[in-house]
Design a protein around this ligand. Structure first.
Ligand code: AMP
Length: 275
């Protein structure tokens, strides 16, 4: 596995890869959710590129940019063992110059839910993904459904800008207790982690209600909020939308996403269920 930090080194390493390229962009502190994306990329392509870059432009003032978890040694080992060809770990200076051309997320899909709570977050996310897709010239890029809105916006960017990369959505990987894996889970104390389990419990409740025939989204949201309120101090949102991120009154089977964002202690967690 080649580890590259500068753009020139990355481009040189990339030139030597022939065949199809699967790309997995990450912010590091890798866990089994990331590994799942890497393994899928490995299965479906001749070569795999992973990037680790904590992208400053997608963090808002006061968010955890400075203290975002870092596990460089373990991350390199995981990538090596997983058969990654190039691990790209650029610095901010390598990725950005001062006054840059920006990408702006679409007005509706980019500014509801996480886009509303974290204004500008998706602009920065799209900016870095555009750069990385162009640099890697990947055939396929793998993203987790856990970041549902991110995945939807990236798919739209690829479509709107006629990029060649195929975006592959990958299922959410959970811990045995049901909590969706996230690099940020290490911030949680033992008690907070127990409280955080109300997030997958609320989603499970939604799933049970739908299986039992409930279609009214208000009824489902209310039941979810009841579960969350018992353990979570700060619910950002509980929303039920269609795959275009528009609110819906009735569940549409195979076209619905149920999303939760909540703060447990100081840690903001997101999770969702694709129905
Ligand atoms: P991050 O390093 O958190 O920016 O995530 C990098 C990629 O891994 C994104 O496409 C995420 O959606 C995906 N990812 C993170 N956690 C999970 C998970 N628990 N299951 C599936 N994909 C995940």
């Amino acid at each position: 596995m080649l580890i590259t930090k500068t753009i020139d080194d990355f481009k040189n390493a990339r030139k030597d890869l022939n065949g199809t390229i699967g790309f997995v962009p990450t912010m590091g502190a890798l866990h089994k959710g990331h590994l799942n994306l890497i393994q899928r990329a490995k299965e479906e392509n001749d070569h795999v590129i992973v990037s680790i870059f904590v992208n400053p432009t997608q963090f808002l003032e006061g968010e955890d940019l400075e203290k975002y978890p870092k596990k460089e040694v373990a991350d390199k080992e995981i990538c090596k063992l997983a058969g990654v060809d190039i691990l790209f770990m650029p610095t901010s200076d390598a990725m950005y110059e001062g006054d840059e051309l920006k990408i702006i997320a679409p007005k509706i899909r980019g500014y509801v839910l996480d886009g509303h709570n974290r204004p500008g977050h998706f602009d920065g996310m799209l900016q870095i993904v555009m750069k990385l897709l162009n640099l890697t010239n990947a055939d396929m890029a793998y993203f987790g459904k856990k970041d549902a809105q991110q995945l939807s916006l990236i798919s739209q960017m690829v479509k709107n800008y006629f990029l060649k990369t195929v975006i592959v959505p990958c299922d959410i990987v959970r811990d045995i207790d049901g909590l969706a894996l996230s690099s940020r889970n290490i911030y949680l104390t033992k008690e907070e982690r127990t409280n955080a389990l109300s997030i997958p419990s609320a989603l499970q409740k939604a799933s049970q209600m739908i299986i039992a025939g409930e279609r009214n989204t208000e009824n489902i949201k209310n039941s979810m909020i009841d579960i969350l309120n018992k353990n979570v101090n700060n619910i950002d949102y509980v929303e039920i939308v269609n795959r275009d991120f528009k609110n819906i009154n009735e569940i549409e089977i195979k076209n619905t996403i149920i999303l939760v964002a909540a703060k447990v202690g100081q840690t903001r967690l997101i999770d969702n269920l694709w129905v």
